[in-house]
Each structure stands twice: as structure tokens, then as C-alpha cells.
Design a protein around this ligand. Structure first.
Ligand SMILES: O=C[C@H](O)COP(=O)(O)O
Length: 230
């Protein structure tokens, strides 16, 4: 089974910080066949990092956008369309709980984003929360994108900084897999280098999505290297 380690920097790091992060990461990361790494910086860093990642020659490392417009390019001030991101990133995170909560994104907005991503060849990482998983997943059961990844991301671990127990994550991903069989599912929520191995060992889980612990290149490289050992 292919493994994914996805780092979401959220609203952190300017271009200089981002370049330094990659320089440190490159010195610590050990690529492993079958482990795909994606890092989601802010939009302003994408173009610069797309070049820098190539210069560093990092294997199995791609960039992800943290979000995408639900609309095509055109008269949508402030929006960034999927068509503008292709060529810079391979993945795009959609429907993160922070987008749904603080930016009032609806299920339909997220569905539209997934369609935009797929139309322009970006691999969606669709975030779902346990309490709303049914309504968030149901409109996408027929999406024609076998590469879509589902990120099972409960909100409490973000609020309280305690991960959901591996047992509960196992139950949650079982539910997701019933609705979307054969899709890669990753877990996100307070993963650190100290607890990552427990989650990477879970049957049916294809990897992890990491916020806070991805901000330190050392921690993130450590988790990527652990994924290679599982
Ligand atoms: O996008 C990542 C998830 O929100 C998890 O973030 P966290 O690792 O800081 O809990």
C-alpha cells in the first residue's frame, strides 16, 4: 500500500522561512519507495518552492496547495483557480475544517473545489470531520478521481492538542471506507514524531496529515522517515 505524509503549514512561513525549511528537510529526509510526501505552503510560496524543490532534487516530494477556488478563473477577486496552480503543485487540500469553520465554506463549495481540482489535474485531499462525514462524503461518492485522498481530521485534536486514539481513528476510517471504498485515507490531528508510528501501523490507513509538527523540518523529516519504515 502506498503511504502519504502530507504537511500542512497553514498560515505560516514567508518565502525565506520556506526555503530554509526545505534546505534543512533535504539534509534529513530519506526517500523510501512507496512513500509520497506532500507539503502545503501558502500560495505566495508555491512558485518559488516549485523551483527550489526541483533544485534540491528531492525524490517523492511534491507541493500541495492549501485550498483552491470553487470557480474557474475569471472575475473572482482574490481567488486562486485550479488552472493557476497546476504546474506548481500536484495536490490540493480541500474542505479543511478551518476553511469550513472560519471561512464558512459549505459542502457544495467543497464539492465544487474538488471538481475544479480534478478538471485541472490536481489531486484532491478531501478533509472530513467525523460528526459531518456522511454529508461531506455523500456528494462525492461518484467523483471520477481514483487518486482522491480522504483526510479524516476530527476537530477536537486541533482544539485540545490531543490526538484521537488509534482505536477511534480505526473506527472512523472504517466508516469512511464504507462510503468510499478503495480510496487512500489519511489521519490528521496532533500527530508528532512521538506518536506517528502508532497511526502509521493502523490497518486501512494510508498515512498522516500533519499541521503543527510539519512546521519544524526536523520533526516532519522524522515522520517521513518513520513512514518509510512501516
Ligand atoms: O492539516 C492538518 C490538520 O489540521 C492537523 O493539524 P495538527 O497536526 O496541527 O493537529
Amino acid at each position: 500500500m502506498k503511504r502519504f505524509v502530507i504537511g500542512n503549514w497553514k498560515c505560516n512561513k514567508n518565502i525565506d522561512d520556506a526555503r530554509r525549511w526545505f534546505d534543512t528537510f533535504a539534509s534529513l529526509y530519506r526517500p523510501t519507495p512507496g512513500v509520497e510526501v506532500a507539503i502545503a505552503p501558502s500560495f505566495i510560496c508555491l512558485a518559488d518552492l516549485a523551483v527550489h524543490v526541483k533544485e534540491l532534487g528531492l525524490h517523492n516530494v511534491s507541493l500541495a496547495a492549501q485550498d483552491i477556488s470553487p470557480f474557474p478563473k475569471g472575475g473572482y477577486t482574490g481567488a486562486i483557480a485550479a488552472d493557476m496552480v497546476r504546474g506548481l503543485a500536484d495536490y490540493v487540500i480541500v474542505g479543511h475544517s478551518e476553511r469550513r469553520r472560519y471561512f464558512h465554506e459549505t459542502v457544495q463549495d467543497v464539492v465544487n473545489k474538488v471538481h475544479e481540482a480534478v478538471d485541472f489535474g490536481l489531486r484532491p485531499v478531501l478533509c472530513v470531520e467525523p460528526a459531518s462525514a456522511m454529508s461531506q462524503l455523500a456528494p462525492l461518492t461518484d467523483i471520477d478521481c481514483e487518486k482522491m485522498i480522504i483526510a479524516y481530521c476530527p476537530v477536537d485534536p486541533l482544539t485540545f492538542r490531543i490526538p484521537e486514539s488509534p482505536e477511534k481513528v480505526g473506527e472512523g476510517i472504517g466508516f469512511v471506507a464504507e462510503m468510499h471504498p478503495n480510496r487512500a485515507i489519511v489521519y490528521g490531528g496532533s500527530i508528532t514524531p512521538d506518536n506517528a508510528a502508532e497511526y502509521l501501523a493502523l490497518t486501512g490507513l494510508s498515512g498522516v496529515m500533519i499541521g503543527a509538527a510539519s512546521l519544524k523540518a526536523e520533526s516532519f523529516a522524522n515522520i517521513c522517515n518513520l513512514a518509510g519504515a512501516h
